[in-house]
Design a binder for this molecule. Structure first.
Ligand SMILES: [Cu+2]
Length: 226
């Protein structure tokens, strides 16, 4: 027979394993572990619109349940967005670890023509290694609205990379590596060393910017060899 303790332990394990991530502020449209890989986390109808600042940096909060994940933020100005193509990205991809993270969005500064009373849907995309996951929240942007003090974001995760590892950076463009490998053994060897993110003498690959720089270097190698 199962003991209560073993059932509790099993359910705790199960919930932490499938929690993926939650969108905590502004409140999510809806959360279901199993549906999180779907558009808007499987909640396709616009929910109650939460008031949110139009013209000041205001926070989005998530709780990340993976040790390392990539996150990006998208917004739609459609009344009832129904497809990923209804959204545009408003942050680049950035990385978070396990735990609560926040970043700021200033809607008025996005150049989307948003004004007092504009209605938007924000979709957060998250990938902690088990595929893309999504959560949505529906907002009404107000010029006189201030977020509760306990929600303000002291450390913006989208600009303060908490962990930048070359091993999870996007691979160098395929075109550049093939150009380099076609151009000779030594160029190919150094190109693949750079592309794989392994530090080589003279390479700075501890930051994503540097990985991008390394990719540029691979391109340059290709050009030189050609
Ligand atoms: Cu997950």
């Amino acid at each position: 027979m199962f003991t209560l303790q073993s059932v509790l332990a099993a359910s705790l394990l199960a919930s932490s394993a499938v929690a993926h991530f939650t969108l905590d502020y502004p409140p999510t449209r809806g959360f279901d572990d199993d549906k999180e890989p779907q558009f808007c986390g499987g909640f396709n109808s616009v929910g109650t619109r939460q008031p949110f600042p139009l013209s000041a940096a205001a926070p989005v909060w998530i709780d990340s349940h993976h040790t390392l994940a990539s996150v990006a933020t998208f917004v739609s100005t459609k009344a009832a967005p129904s497809n990923f193509s209804d959204f545009v990205n408003i942050t680049n991809f950035f990385q978070v670890k396990d735990g609560k993270y926040c970043w700021d969005v200033d809607f008025e500064s996005l150049g989307l023509g948003l004004t007092n009373g504009s209605e938007v849907t924000v979709q957060v995309q998250y990938n902690g290694g088990d595929g893309n996951l999504y959560q949505c929240t529906d907002l009404v942007l107000l010029s006189d609205y201030t977020v509760p003090a306990n929600q303000t974001c002291a450390t913006d995760a989208s600009v303060t990379a908490v962990n930048v590892s070359a091993t999870v950076a996007p691979p160098a463009p395929a075109a550049s590596t093939s150009a380099a490998s076609a151009s000779g053994a030594s160029a190919s060897a150094s190109a693949s060393a750079s592309a794989s993110g392994k530090p080589t003498s003279g390479d700075l690959v501890s930051k994503p910017v540097s990985v991008a720089a390394a990719a540029v270097g691979v391109l340059a190698l290709g050009w030189v060899a050609l």
